[in-house]
Design a binder for this molecule. Structure first.
Ligand SMILES: *Cc1c(COP(=O)(O)O)cnc(C)c1O
Length: 343
């Protein structure tokens, strides 16, 4: 097989030609000293787009989330979090390792936690009980197949948080996908949270980096935490140059990825082995169950691979993500491979 169509993730994107050029020409300085004009420009842009006071360029979404948890909590605190969320499933050990707090996972409807359930789980600290200091939300929701969490739900969560003077951190790794799919500006989502992280390096196709946004004093402290975690970068303007293009030029075209994901979902959901309601596919992620009398999930992935299609196993079954900035992300080829293997 000379060329794969890679549906494993929207992190396998490559920087566009325009990004490469901007990276080569970027004006740079030592960002740890605050001297990198391109990083400063990216941070100002991220703050403006999200309607927050300040922003911090971080090497990864994981570090952005870790810094937020560290800034909003104290040791012995508890953090309310959605049970399938990235922070709970992939980063909860970071939470205990870096911030010495514990997660309190709550079930949800496609990523939307019940505000009443949240309120019941907010603790009045005592000698027996931790203090609840933070609620984490995620949108779009990765493990719920890229579901768009309704703004009304997030607003209701904010009401509860405000009533109890608890902060909200928004894992918006794919906030631009949520915005494009719902037509709701990123700013309106950001307004329901005290801080928000979004990734430049997923569907927006930048090679490295994420943004953490929030109040000025939060970002000032976050900058110190970033340095403590080893995330201080020097001439990072080379990376920030791609990030600026990610935000200004790449967000609008995410709708093409959503159309592709829907097309893929509709076709493969007609196959008996595929357990999927295509109506659940709202953005770029397609997650489906797989049940076949003779073919296991891993056999199926091997067979797809032999036909040039790469996909990933997840606890719910199989995950496929569409993105135009991936070499040869060919949905029709994927559909044909499914049909050949399964019929
Ligand atoms: C990818 C992702 C992250 C982490 O981002 P990295 O840059 O891979 O560290 C956090 N949250 C969600 C929802 C993600 O999909």
């Amino acid at each position: 097989m000379d060329k794969f169509s890679d549906f494993r993730s929207d992190t396998v994107t490559k920087p566009t030609a325009e990004m490469r050029k901007a990276m080569a020409e970027a004006e740079v300085g030592d960002d740890v000293l605050g001297d990198d004009p391109t990083v400063n420009k990216l941070e100002e842009l991220a703050a403006a787009v999200t309607g927050k006071e300040a922003a911090l360029f971080v090497p990864s979404g994981t570090m952005g989330n870790s810094i937020a948890v560290k800034c909003w909590t104290q040791e012995l605190d508890e953090v309310i979090i959605e049970a399938r969320s990235h922070i709970y499933n992939m980063e909860s050990t970071h939470m205990t390792f870096i911030s010495r707090v514990t997660p309190r996972p709550l079930a949800s409807k496609r990523g939307a936690m019940d505000p009443e359930e949240i309120e019941k789980n907010i603790k009045i600290p005592s000698v027996h009980l931790p203090r609840t200091s933070l609620i984490c939300v995620e949108n779009t929701h990765n493990n719920w197949g890229g579901a768009v969490v309704p703004l009304a739900n997030l607003k209701a969560v904010k009401k509860v948080a405000d009533r109890h003077e608890i902060k909200i951190h928004f894992d918006g790794a794919r906030i631009f996908n949520a915005s494009i799919a719902s037509g709701i500006p990123v700013k309106e989502y950001a307004a329901v949270a005290d801080s928000l992280m979004f990734c430049l390096s997923k569907g927006l196709a930048a090679p490295v980096g994420s943004m953490l946004v929030g109040p000025g004093d939060f970002i000032n402290y976050g900058r110190r935490v970033r340095k403590a975690l080893g995330g201080g970068m020097r001439q990072a303007g080379i990376l920030a140059a791609a990030g600026i293009i990610a935000i200004t030029k790449m967000a609008d075209r995410l709708k093409e990825d959503h159309i592709k994901a829907k097309r893929l979902a509709k076709s493969i959901s007609e196959l008996q082995a595929v357990k999927l309601d295509p109506d659940d596919v709202e953005t770029d992620i397609v997650i489906f169950g797989f049940k076949h009398p003779e073919i296991s999930v891993s056999d199926f992935l091997d067979r797809l691979k032999s036909k040039g299609i790469l996909a990933l196993t997840v606890p719910q079954g199989i995950r496929m993500v569409t993105n135009k900035e991936v070499d040869d992300c060919d949905v029709e080829r994927a559909i044909a491979a499914f049909q050949e293997i399964l019929s």
